[in-house]
Design a protein around this ligand. Structure first.
Ligand code: AMP
Length: 338
């Protein structure tokens, strides 16, 4: 809890996005859009999780570019740096420092049970590094440093959050109450968006075939081309149905970006052919992102502004983070630096 300007207590939210691939409309729907809404009622800490990105292979120049890009998109979609705290994880060294301490309060057997570690190890058997194994303790540090009450997560992060809670409770019981034990927060909005080429698979920012993914960076022609080539289903009806995953996905996308319900969209496109429908979905997405992309380009071309934003955000985050870290250091018996 943090005290806000009007003296009321506000719950703290922590959320982070890994810059391992460029942002997609899936990220926008599933995470970013909601992050903006949450800043009204919560004290939000939003990080670009660059340290987490190192657990998988990266081209250094891409990681650097994306770190700036993510921050620029944060602001372009409407996150106000005066209303929330926006920063790069690596700019607040307390994340890595607390993660080390938490490693020492996490059992090997607990970390070994994480299904994401098992899945990722299988996917890249040549790079099963210790960082990948310790990923959940760094994530626990991210959350616990800010005494977050709530962490917006999808199902895939549930097990990691459970571990963060276990670690926090263990530490609190062993010493004295130190960490807020965080709860998962499952926002109601945020449909799952599927690949335009394989509507049974999630649209992901690291998919091998980028033709199935709409990136926020895609220009208008690219967006239109990708929608025109989107996989559809047999038949010719534009209807949301289990046996029509391609059309259903496009209807979901159209509904979100047009502000109409799926039912209204079905009525609108009754009698239309697939090609016309796909063109309209593409145009609608292009239209929606026009102002966001305009803002993004203004911000990304102003490195001075971005650097200032990063600096201020990291300073603000560090104030909270180091309060927690120094408590932790003191409790475990480390001598404060004179
Ligand atoms: P990821 O890009 O998988 O690291 O996910 C970052 C955030 O975006 C998470 O909150 C995901 O739930 C959300 N997200 C990613 N892809 C999609 C998608 N295709 N549909 C909905 N939400 C998504």
């Amino acid at each position: 809890m943090t005290e806000s300007n009007n003296g009321k207590e506000k719950k703290v939210i922590f959320s982070a996005l890994k810059p391992t691939g460029d942002l997609t409309i899936g990220n926008y729907i599933g995470a970013l859009k909601n992050m903006v809404a949450l800043t009204e009622d919560y004290d939000c800490y939003y990080a670009v999780a660059d340290l987490h990105s190192l657990t998988v292979e990266n081209v250094p120049a891409d990681l650097r570019r994306r770190s700036y890009d993510f921050l620029a998109f944060f602001v372009a979609i409407g996150l106000d740096p005066d209303k929330c705290t926006l920063f790069l994880q690596s700019h607040v060294p307390a994340h890595a420092e607390l993660a080390w301490v938490l490693n020492c309060y996490t059992l090997f057997g607990e970390a070994r049970r994480m299904t994401q570690f098992k899945d990722k190890s299988k996917k890249a058997p040549e790079n099963v590094n210790v960082g990948l194994f310790a990923y959940p303790t760094l994530m626990a540090a991210d959350i616990l440093l800010y005494q977050a009450d709530l962490v917006p997560i999808g199902k895939d992060q549930q097990q990691h959050l459970e571990l963060a809670r276990t670690i926090a409770e263990r530490f609190n019981n062993r010493y004295s109450p130190t960490f807020v034990v965080p709860e998962g927060f499952y926002p109601k909005t945020g449909a799952k968006i599927y690949s335009l080429l394989d509507p049974t698979a999630k649209m992901g920012k690291t998919d091998d075939n980028t033709a199935g993914t709409i990136f926020l960076l895609d220009d208008e022609d690219t967006v239109m081309r990708k929608f025109k080539r989107a996989v559809t289903d047999s038949g010719n009806e534009i209807k949301f149905a289990a046996d029509k995953p391609g059309i259903s996905n496009l209807l979901t996308i159209y509904s979100i970006f047009s502000g109409k319900s799926v039912r209204e969209a079905e009525v609108e496109f009754a009698g239309s052919d697939y090609a016309t429908f796909k063109t309209r979905v593409g145009e609608c997405v292009v239209e929606y992102f026009k102002p966001i992309r305009k803002k993004y380009f203004e911000i990304i071309s102003d490195k001075g502004y971005l650097n200032e934003l990063m600096k201020k955000g990291a300073e603000k985050a560090a104030r909270t983070a180091y309060r927690t870290l120094s408590k932790v250091y003191r409790k475990v018996g480390l001598v404060p630096a004179p």
